[in-house]
Design a binder for this molecule. Structure first.
Ligand SMILES: Cc1cc2nc3c(=O)[nH]c(=O)nc-3n(C[C@H](O)[C@H](O)[C@H](O)COP(=O)(O)OP(=O)(O)OC[C@H]3O[C@@H](n4cnc5c(N)ncnc54)[C@H](O)[C@@H]3O)c2cc1C
Length: 506
């Protein structure tokens, strides 16, 4: 039996953030990880053709100076490649810079007018005739939409799309679907927001909350939208990740291997999943039979797994109330160079129904070393969501992805394909479902009464604070709290997501 003050379950960014902080404080700690290597969902792998892949398009950007410092230390000054974000939306055979709502001038005039009218109606403006000069795509003529008018069809373009909108938009939206409609109006909702978000979340928007949104969705100001329509100028650099960085070698996983390598090896136990937690005796048992007695347990297991592994703490039915989606990653390695129209493009969003993917990343653009023969090869990574609301044809998914990539003009010549790779993450996105906090918060509190702290992307189930920087911070801050003997105030990432996301944290 090992005895320790702090036992950490999971060697992903949250567990490694916790272990790092525990080490800085000279605390006694141990870490148990099921996989043979650290990194969790932020791991990378090399396929049989030598192409490097992340588990989904990971880019590093940060809200925390401490996180930046640890990232600098992990890979050193030459270990990173800095990028200017270029994200685009493929819509009706056009490229529209992200965010869609700030680049309406890129749409065909009918769609642009429809979006603008909806936006103005949502903003309480009367639709204006001819708001500006010619943009080169013809004069702007508006077909107005009355304020509060219910859209004819909110099912978007996905075919299997979200449930039809049946409510009216009150002053306070009751769900994500109503929020979209009240902020963006009918045109943007129906053409982009609804179909795109259903493709990402695999969850009807009416079953999702909207309080997680914060900085994650660009809420347009009418003046800004009108200016870009008049000038025809693109808005590309909105949001927190206008610049980002990526490891020069080894994909995102290289970061977390490097962070883990700075920890004492004798405290980290890999390849041995936890199978039992006894919250009364405070003993954790692994598959190999290792037993660890702890004083405090920091779990980064998915919360539903924790509830099941550690019975009697939280009501067992809450495990089934937590909603998530699976993510499929399809990687395509290619000979030659990316087509010129992809030049500079980092990742691309696909709201339309003909493609299975919601996002495609030009992964070889992040680092030339993501392909085995830099300069002679390139690579694309597609992400596809899955849930009971949005089943996926697994047998045909790779073929469907290749067909759509060809139709979308991303792969001009299928003869250039060297190979494909396909992974399914059973848990990809923690869905911000309606009533999430009412389910999650009491469960977290019940575990804390037993000195068990559930943190991380699926440990705390808060999408808005579930990126690598947030996850590292959740682990780091939780250990800070335990070290100080403090309370919730020590963990702003978990307890004040909007505040943390709105600033650079010291
Ligand atoms: C498709 C996708 C795209 C993403 N894109 C980005 C991005 O662009 N930028 C960004 O910053 N972040 C991104 N993320 C998020 C990033 O991957 C997460 O922030 C991070 O991995 C979460 O860390 P974590 O430690 O909380 O959880 P995880 O990484 O899931 O780690 C949990 C660990 O617990 C281990 N574990 C599970 N069960 C057991 C058990 N029984 N016993 C012991 N160990 C166990 C797992 O093996 C795993 O290593 C993305 C994630 C996905 C899925």
């Amino acid at each position: 039996m090992i005895r320790t003050r702090l036992l950490i379950i999971g060697g992903g960014p949250t567990g490694l953030g916790a272990a790092t902080r525990a080490g800085e404080h000279g605390m006694d700690w141990q870490l148990l990880e099921a996989a043979d290597t650290p990194g969790g969902l932020a791991s990378s792998f090399v396929d049989e053709h030598g192409f490097t892949w992340d588990l989904g398009g990971h880019v590093q950007f940060s809200h925390y100076k401490t996180f930046d410092r640890h990232m600098d230390l992990a890979l050193g000054p030459d270990g990173w490649i800095e990028h200017q974000r270029e994200s685009w939306i493929r819509f009706k055979n056009r490229w529209v810079p992200y965010p869609f709502q700030l680049n309406l001038h890129r749409l065909d005039p009918a769609d642009r007018d429809r979006c603008l009218a909806g936006l103005q109606a949502a903003n309480g403006d009367r639709p204006r005739q001819n708001p500006g000069k010619k943009t080169g795509t013809g004069p702007v003529k508006l077909q107005g939409v009355k304020r509060g008018q219910a859209p004819k069809n909110m099912s978007g373009q996905t075919g299997t799309g979200p449930e039809k909108y049946v409510g009216s938009i009150g002053d306070r939206p009751r769900n994500f679907g109503e929020w979209v409609l009240s902020v963006f109006g009918e045109g943007i909702a129906e053409l982009f927001m609804n179909p795109y978000n259903f493709k990402v979340w695999a969850c009807p928007l009416e079953r999702m909350d909207h309080h997680w949104i914060g900085e994650r969705v660009a809420v347009p100001e009418m003046a800004q939208v009108m200016r870009s329509i008049r000038s025809g100028e693109d808005h590309k650099s909105w949001g927190p990740n206008a610049t980002f960085r990526f490891p020069r070698h080894g994909g995102t996983g290289a970061v977390w291997k490097a962070v883990a390598a700075k920890l004492p090896a004798e405290r980290c136990h890999y390849g041995d999943p936890v199978v039992r937690i006894d919250p009364v005796e405070k003993i954790v048992e692994t598959r190999s039979g290792l037993r660890v007695r702890y004083q405090e347990l920091l779990s980064t297991l998915p919360l539903d797994d924790l509830i099941r592994l550690c019975p009697g703490v939280a009501p067992s039915e809450t495990a089934g109330q937590l909603v998530s989606s699976a993510t499929h990653i399809v990687g395509v390695g290619l000979w030659g160079q990316a087509p010129s129209e992809l030049s500079g493009k980092c990742w691309m969003y696909f709201p339309e129904a003909h493609s299975p993917y919601y996002r495609v990343t030009q992964f070889s653009h992040y680092s030339p070393n993501n392909v085995p023969r830099p300069g002679e090869q390139w690579s694309l990574m597609a992400e596809i969501s899955e849930s009971p609301h949005k089943p996926v044809e697994k047998e045909t998914l790779v073929a469907d992805t290749l067909r759509a990539l060809t139709e979308d003009g991303l792969i001009p010549d299928t003869g250039a394909v060297i190979g494909t790779t396909h992974r399914r993450l059973p848990k990809g996105y923690p869905t911000p479902f309606l009533g999430r906090d009412q389910v999650v918060d009491p469960v977290l509190r019940a575990f804390e009464k037993k000195d068990i702290y559930s943190r991380g992307r699926f440990g705390a189930w808060k999408y808005e604070v579930s990126n690598q920087d947030h996850s590292f911070a959740q682990g780091y801050e939780c250990v800070e709290r335990l070290h100080q003997g403090g309370g919730k105030e020590c963990e702003p990432t978990l307890h004040r997501p909007a505040w943390v996301n709105g600033r650079v944290n010291e």
